[in-house]
Write a protein that binds this ligand. Structure first.
Ligand SMILES: O=C(O)CCC(=O)C1=CC=C[C@@H](O)[C@@H]1C(=O)O
Ligand SMILES: [Mg+2]
Length: 313
């Protein structure tokens, strides 16, 4: 990683190659096999299966700003060409609400009033903390707040409290969808205004499409910090969604210090195209692989994990 993101400094992943092209298997290292196995299903779908037909040929993508200091924000934004939406990480462990306010204020000052700004707390706040934080951050005009609190019931309660306070910040569910036993519960309980969907944690493009249909809420497709190969699957999902009004969090290849593809899937003029994603997945080779291969015990660890997850399927 160029800068630390969700505690990750070095991103490791496995690329699979099958008759349909390249797939990715890169569950975060702390995930147990049962959860990681869904990521394998997604990788196998990409390399051996078929994705649904696209209904659009490009997607708008958001810039993603990790929990950096305000003086680092301009440098991060410079890596996202033409993005009209910015997502800012907040509630990072070891930081304060003042740090979040300073970062979001810097983003808003740099992008001006017409760009949309959203925040992602990764389930780090209690309801009271979220209420206080979003009340302060709403001064910077937020498009939405992603997973402010961990529990579905907390999200539902927060929505009621914010409405009562007159704080207009919609709530998006991410972990409550991708890490939940029941990904539709958040929709059933009225706990979110929209959902964030990610191909790998949800077990593939087809599975994610079903969840969006079942939820009946607007959806945003986001990455799992994948290489261009995994991002291509995200583009396939975004391209197949019947409705898509918001920018997708698929611009994260620029957060990696290096990528595997000859033409990395980074947004140009704020968009990613289905044609470019298709080119990555169907390439004969991924040239970056040669420079980034794992060896020794890390390689063994991934191969053993792959085998164990395959057993779970
Ligand atoms: O949505 C984006 O802008 C980028 C992707 C992103 O934020 C994430 C990718 C991978 C892991 C997550 O912690 C994080 C997220 O929570 O959405
Ligand atoms: Mg999130």
């Amino acid at each position: 990683m160029r800068v630390r993101f969700r505690g990750v400094e070095v991103r490791e992943t496995v690329l699979l190659h099958g008759p349909s092209g390249w797939g990715e298997f890169g569950p975060f290292v702390e995930y147990a096999d049962e959860e990681a196995a869904r990521w394998l299903t997604a990788g196998l779908e990409a390399a051996w299966g078929r994705w649904p037909e696209p209904v659009r040929d490009h997607l708008e993508v958001n810039a993603t700003v990790p929990a950096v200091r305000p003086e680092q924000v301009a440098g991060v934004l410079a890596r996202f060409d033409g993005c009209r939406t910015v997502k800012v990480k907040v509630a990072e462990r070891g930081q304060t609400l003042d740090n979040d306010v300073a970062r979001v204020a810097e983003v808003r000052a740099l992008v001006g009033p017409t760009v949309s700004v959203r925040v992602d707390a990764n389930a780090a706040w209690t309801v009271d903390q979220a209420r206080e934080a979003l009340t302060r951050l709403s001064a910077y005009d937020l498009q939405y707040a992603e997973q402010p609190c961990p529990e579905v019931a907390d999200l539902a309660r927060l929505r009621v409290l914010l409405a009562r306070d007159g704080v207009d910040v919609p709530i998006a569910a991410d972990e409550s969808v991708r890490r939940a036993e029941d990904p539709l519960r958040v929709a059933r309980e009225g706990a979110a205004d929209l959902i964030v969907v990610k191909v790998a944690p949800l077990g593939g493009v087809a599975a994610a499409l079903e969840i969006v249909a079942g939820a009946g809420l607007p959806a945003v497709v986001s990455s799992a910090l994948d290489t261009s190969v995994g991002i291509a699957a995200g583009v396939a999902l975004g391209a197949a969604l019947p409705g898509l009004d918001l920018a997708c969090g698929l611009g994260t290849v620029g957060l990696l210090a290096a990528d595997v593809a000859a033409r990395p899937l980074v947004p140009t003029a704020g968009v990613l195209t289905v044609a470019d994603a298709h080119a990555v997945v169907s390439a004969a080779d991924q040239p970056g692989l040669a420079g980034h291969e794992l060896s020794g015990s890390r390689r063994d660890w991934w191969l053993e994990r792959l085998a164990r997850c395959h057993e779970v399927l």
